[in-house]
Design a protein around this ligand. Structure first.
Ligand code: MG
Length: 380
């Protein structure tokens, strides 16, 4: 059972909910990191009294250091500071909920330090899946999924027969706020429209990724790495109610799914308490109140980001990293009102089709591809 945690990205949506789980389970918090939200992390430091804290933004870190000078928390700055919190605290488990490729180096730092990794930062696996999985294997460290779909798959795989691998993963998708719209109807959608997710309350980047369905493409790549399956063994199904969080199908066509209310505290808690289960602050699922569950085939023409991700993971190497970084940049430009909604897949496709083919890669190669992809998106 987990007794102590380092939470990376503690001021974001997953970070705050992770602290809620830590509070309820009575876990000790040894380290907290965030990007630049001084007010929020200061309040968290005062409540949880971690030994270490870091802000990626150096100016914000300097301010935080002054603000919490009366506490016993040591404040670190920059990327190195975040990596120090991932590797050097007393925590036995690192929960990484950093947004984007910024989470990659802290993930590697945690693995090298033999910390159990509860992973909410899917971009870590999308951009550096081969390197991350090799490192986890070499260091003999477990990676436990926090992403709700991957937690569902992981839960459905408990008790998996040893004679055969699973036949198929059924990855469910809410379909986001634009479900049912044609490509033409997506042309003029606004940032405000894209930020209205029907079921999940999440940060802005992932909410826009849900609207483009890039999030499902990234999750497909994440599942390939976490569960050692081929992209063609994953079927994406739109499920509007977000109650079935994903499923696996075995050779006998038996399908095992995990269901629950759409609340991230369930998968967060399972990653922290695995293989045990405890009471949860989340409400009970009342199926008769929900009444019906619906399932649809995704519209691959309107939401072409899914296909771009499939193409990238099939080509392998650093193509998923290229797609991920291109999306991070295009997603940000859309949120800033600088490009249209359909420019996101357009720019991602451009990067995918112009990126160099790099198959066996190092961390430096990933960071180089990140620079290439962002520059290419900005230059269009
Ligand atoms: Mg998810």
């Amino acid at each position: 059972m987990t007794k102590s945690l380092a939470i990376l990205g503690s001021t974001g949506s997953i970070g705050v909910q992770s602290l809620d789980v830590a509070r309820k389970c009575g876990y000790r918090v040894e380290a907290l990191t965030a990007n630049r939200d001084v007010d929020k992390i200061e309040a968290q430091i005062r409540e949880f009294k971690p030994a270490m804290a870091a802000l990626a933004d150096e100016t914000a870190a300097a301010e935080l250091k002054q603000r919490v000078a009366d506490t016993d928390t040591k404040v670190y700055a920059g990327k190195a500071g975040v990596c120090a919190c991932a590797a050097e605290s007393e925590a036995d488990t690192v929960l990484n909920s950093i947004v984007g490729i910024a989470g990659l180096e802290p993930t590697l730092a945690a693995l090298h330090a033999h910390k159990k990794l509860a992973l909410a930062n899917k971009e870590t696996l999308v951009a550096g899946g081969q390197l991350v999985m090799q490192t986890a294997k070499k260091e003999n460290v477990a990676i436990l999924p926090v992403d709700s779909e991957h937690s569902a798959i992981f839960q459905a795989l408990q008790g998996k027969p040893t004679n055969r691998a699973l036949k198929k993963i059924i990855l469910t998708a809410s379909g986001g706020p634009f479900f049912g719209r044609s490509k033409k109807e997506l042309e003029a959608v606004t940032v405000q429209d894209a930020l209205k997710h029907p079921n999940w309350d999440m940060g802005a980047k992932i909410t826009v990724d849900s609207a483009t369905m890039m999030n499902k493409g990234l999750e497909l790549i994440e599942a390939v790495w976490l569960f050692s399956v081929r992209p063609e063994d994953i079927e994406i199904v739109v499920h509007r109610e977000s109650i079935v969080h994903s499923a696996v199908e075995y050779d006998d066509n038996s399908v095992i799914a995990q269901l629950g209310l759409p609340d991230m505290r369930i998968p967060i808690q399972y990653a922290l308490t695995y293989p045990e289960r405890f009471e949860s602050p989340v409400g009970e699922l009342k199926l008769s109140e929900i009444g019906k569950l619906t399932f649809f085939e995704p519209d691959y023409e309107a939401f072409e980001c899914i296909n771009l991700c499939k193409e990238a993971i099939t080509k392998g190497g650093l193509y998923p990293a290229a797609v991920n970084s291109a999306n991070e940049e295009a997603n940000a430009l859309f949120r800033q009102g600088k490009i249209g909604f359909l420019d996101i897949p357009k720019r991602v496709a451009h990067v995918l089709h112009t990126a160099p083919n790099v198959q066996n890669y190092s961390l430096e190669d990933i960071l180089e591809m990140d620079r290439f992809a962002r520059k290419a998106v900005l230059s269009l």
